[in-house]
Design a protein around this ligand. Structure first.
Ligand code: ATP
Length: 354
């Protein structure tokens, strides 16, 4: 545990003696900008040659250079001395194994014991099922395929290499092509849901025990989002295969009558998270449900991210959902900093750090 301070000493430290730090990637601009809006000093840990945005956008008071994000481990003593609080995002989970993340001594915003439930797709399902959400079917073996499926490889790789199939024969053909290219990792075969993808961005505060709906996005993926521009006949002639490699995010405002269900799902996920480790300490901070909404307006949830997602980068100046609540620009990054600030001033910081 970093900065191993007693509650008493925490109390006597002004909140802005803590620094907000993150890896220079994913949603760092938003996180650091939000932290500065709340009065914190900020640190960006950047890989050599990738620091330009953090300098140019002036969101980092200090830039710590590393050859690779993995070298952040070597910066631990320095970060502890700076009283830094690390804000995790997707790049942390690409750079480090779960066990490595669990061992990091620097203050870390979020509940680390939840991470294993997010990292494993089957454990995720168990969590989402406990929350009573509707999930796409999983096929145990290719021979069971009886409708459209999406084959997903493990690892948060932004949908790279995923493919669609409709029959066992098609599955075997496509997987064989990938095996030949040496691209095979563990995978799951999931029912492909036809509908509108909506990624829901939530924030749960353990200080107020309240779930907030922050915003929504959908992804802009290559090549799936440009295939519709090519006539069906040409698609066939070109022998195109879809891929889902993420390149950006697109904002969404949802049909307002869907909001009650969206709140209900988020609250159910938080409630279920308290049962996962048997310690009643569940999920808090930002998280996202990745959904496809069918024509009968059912939300199929195919993934949960128990942390800030990059789609929130759209809303540096707030969203149509944060504006009425805060009446000032409130991004998810800023909301994290606000939570930390509130926890410090209420002498409850230990409850939200690991
Ligand atoms: P990340 O971990 O970065 O969120 P990922 O690699 O796990 O990404 P997914 O988000 O699971 O990838 O999915 C990538 C794409 O596939 C998205 O466009 C999503 O909308 C689509 N998709 C995933 N699962 C389904 C499904 N069951 N039905 C329909 N579309 C799906």
């Amino acid at each position: 545990m970093g900065a191993n301070k007693s509650k008493k000493s925490e109390n006597s430290i002004p909140y802005n003696s803590y620094k907000i730090a993150t890896l220079g990637s994913h949603s760092a601009i938003q996180i650091l900008y939000g932290a500065k809006q709340e009065g914190f000093s900020t640190i960006a840990i950047c890989e050599k040659g990738r620091e330009k945005p953090y300098k140019s956008f002036e969101v980092a008071d200090e830039i710590m250079m590393v050859n690779s994000f993995r070298d952040t481990i070597k910066l631990q003593d320095k970060l502890l001395r700076e009283n830094a609080i690390l804000i995790p995002h997707g790049t942390f989970f690409e750079a480090f194994k779960l066990e490595e993340l669990e061992k990091i001594k620097v203050n870390y915003f979020g509940n680390k014991s939840i991470l294993k439930w997010e990292a494993d797709r089957m454990k995720q399902r168990e969590w989402l099922k406990r929350a009573g959400l509707i999930l796409p079917k999983i096929y145990k073996k290719p021979e069971d395929i009886d409708g459209p499926v999406i084959v997903k490889f493990y690892g948060a790789l932004g949908g790279k290499g995923f493919f669609l199939a409709r029959t066992a024969e098609e599955f075997h053909r496509k997987i064989k092509a990938r095996k030949t290219k040496g691209e095979i990792r563990a995978y799951i075969i999931q029912e492909y849901i036809i509908g509108a993808p909506i990624y829901i961005h939530y924030f749960y505060s353990p200080l107020t025990n309240e779930l907030e709906v922050m915003s929504f996005d959908k992804r802009y993926e290559s090549n799936v989002d440009s295939i519709g521009r090519i006539a069906a006949k040409d698609q066939l002639d070109l022998g195109l295969e879809t891929s889902y490699n993420i390149t950006g995010n697109v904002p969404i405002v949802v049909r307002e009558s869907l909001l009650p269900e969206i709140f209900r799902m988020g609250e159910a996920v938080v409630k279920a998270s308290r049962t996962l480790n048997g310690d009643n300490k569940g999920l808090y901070g930002p998280f996202s449900l990745e959904t496809v909404v069918t024509p009968d307006l059912k939300f199929y949830v195919f993934e949960i991210s128990a942390r800030i997602v990059a789609g929130t980068n759209l809303y540096m100046e707030g969203s149509p959902y944060t504006m009425p609540r805060y009446n000032e620009p409130m991004s998810t990054g800023r909301r994290i900093a606000r939570e930390i600030k509130n926890a410090i001033t209420r002498n409850r910081l230990r409850e939200i750090l690991n």
